[in-house]
Design a protein around this ligand. Structure first.
Ligand code: ATP
Ligand code: MG
Length: 307
């Protein structure tokens, strides 16, 4: 039996608040959300017409795994995670639709920036560096090769675009204007700490996290900055197999790069409604599953059986 690919979900038992490119957010109560991850996949900020089987479950289970690991290694870290079990107000029929792909989270005010951290020079950062010797306008040492590690991880925030728009790179100063001085430095510090901790864990499990994107929210009662959204998944990060890593060339990554390369080759970059051929879907699914297994030590099926 083939596994159904779920790109749209309409739950009957909870009101839907919004849909992002990949997730749907439902309201449980004024303090709690049900965060549902579909099998949709986006690249270059547009959603593909078809999805990737089990992607929603992989991202959800991997995010939950990371929250656990991060809490162990950074005890004072605050995250939005509550539970992988949906609340009792969700009907059995709806529960079946979201099995493995939902998470109860704390509903928070989202800081409107993407906290990107880069450990290695690749993608748009590599393109910029080759032209100007800078990354996000920040001067870098001469002589870096493609996919080299930065002397230390770099915080390169961007704006958080509305659906259909593109994120824009900004300086840490501009980020401070957007979120306020008071929070900007704490967000930067936290993003770097979480990246460094996660990169160390991933390295122990055979994966290099080249770069990643975090989102943070504000707990308005305690004034705490809280790690929200998905974390450290192949959607939000570039994952490279550590045993094949070599500077001076592109890496065969575990993430969306395969899809991005295909879109570029076919001239379909940023076009709407692209249908991915089966081989691209399967290659992407296999890469996501492999990253999951390396990082969690379990297959997705094993993780789902524990729910
Ligand atoms: P992409 O990740 O492809 O850029 P997207 O950012 O449009 O897509 P999704 O990831 O599909 O969005 O949906 C998640 C949405 O939920 C994001 O807008 C994110 O900011 C928001 N979000 C995440 N955690 C919380 C939270 N705890 N409270 C409120 N909103 C949240
Ligand atoms: Mg997102």
């Amino acid at each position: 039996m083939s596994i159904p690919v779920v790109t749209t979900i309409e739950l009957q038992s909870l009101p839907k608040l919004t849909s992002g490119k990949v997730r749907d957010l439902y309201e449980i109560d004024d303090k709690t959300l049900l965060f549902v991850t579909t099998d949709r996949i986006s690249a270059y900020d547009v959603i593909m017409a078809n999805g990737v089987p089990q992607k929603g479950a992989i991202l959800t289970q991997l995010t939950a795994h990371w929250f656990k690991v991060l809490k162990e290694r950074i005890p004072d870290l605050k995250t939005h995670f509550i539970s992988l079990t949906p609340p009792s107000s969700v009907s059995d029929q709806d529960k079946a639709l979201i099995r493995g792909r939902s998470m109860q989270v704390r509903r928070l005010k989202v800081f409107p920036i993407e906290a990107i951290v880069r450990g290695y020079i690749t993608g748009s950062a590599w393109n910029e560096y080759q032209k100007t010797g800078t990354v996000h306008g920040i001067p870098q040492p001469a002589g870096l090769k493609q996919c080299d590690a930065f002397p230390k991880p770099l915080y390169t925030p961007s704006t958080k675009a509305e659906l259909g728009d593109h994120d824009e790179n900004i300086s840490p100063e501009k980020a401070a204007e957007i979120v306020g001085e008071k929070y900007a430095a704490r967000i930067e510090e936290l993003a770097l700490k979480v990246y460094t901790t996660a990169a160390e864990y991933a390295r122990e499990h055979g994966i290099i996290i080249a770069d990643t994107k975090f989102e943070f929210g504000l707990d308005e009662e305690t004034d705490d900055i809280v790690l929200i959204d998905e974390v450290l998944t192949p959607d939000s990060s570039r994952f490279w197999p550590a045993n094949e890593y070599e500077v001076g060339r592109d890496q065969d990554s575990f993430d969306k790069q395969f899809l991005r390369n295909w879109l570029t080759k076919e001239g379909l970059k940023a076009k709407d409604g692209v249908e991915m051929p089966q081989e691209i879907v399967e290659a992407t699914s296999a890469r996501y599953k492999e990253a999951f297994k390396l990082l969690t030590g379990k297959t997705l099926e094993e993780a789902l059986a524990e729910l």
